[in-house]
Design a protein around this ligand. Structure first.
Ligand SMILES: [Zn+2]
Ligand SMILES: [Zn+2]
Ligand SMILES: [Zn+2]
Length: 150
């Protein structure tokens, strides 16, 4: 029998919060949460029929890079235009999760953070639908788990 143990002499086991180990180290990937407590109330029951990415802001008719409210499926402009998505959240507070038609990122206003739409299962279908509408093809599969080799 060969002795398979090689390294790992006396490394103390550090308790790490694996939920927080996201893709911050990958080049350019913004750190996104993999959980959100607001999805139960913030998501529409029908996320399969969403407006197309070129839908104008329903308030000021700004034409691109708008946000989709995943609660009522309203399309509203970003904080860099007339802040209508932000206004919408401030008026309702329950409509806190929105998908960007600019880069398909998902933002939760209540968490004040991006959500990882490929890891959070309730978000994945609407992400894939939006991707299909925007690019005309299904999104590439991104590996969601890394095997840490020590
Ligand atoms: Zn949240
Ligand atoms: Zn607007
Ligand atoms: Zn809404």
């Amino acid at each position: 029998m060969a002795n398979k143990a090689t390294s790992s002499s006396s490394v103390p086991l550090v308790e790490e919060d694996e939920e927080e180990l996201v893709y911050g180290s990958e080049s350019g990937w913004v750190e996104a949460r993999t959980n959100c407590d607001h999805l139960a109330t913030a998501l529409s029951s029908d996320l399969t029929h969403i407006p197309t990415p070129d839908t104008h802001c329903t308030r000021c008719h700004h034409s691109n890079e708008n946000w989709l409210c995943l609660c009522c499926l309203d399309v509203l402009c970003s904080r860099f235009i007339n802040k209508h998505m932000l206004e919408h959240y401030q008026e309702t507070t329950t409509h806190c999760v929105a998908l960007s038609y600019s880069d398909l990122s998902v933002w939760c206003f209540s968490c004040d953070a991006y959500l990882d739409a490929q890891v959070i299962l309730p978000l994945r279908p609407v992400y894939e639908t939006a991707y299909l509408l925007k690019f005309g093809e299904a999104p590439p599969v991104r590996p969601v788990e890394y095997v840490l080799q020590v």
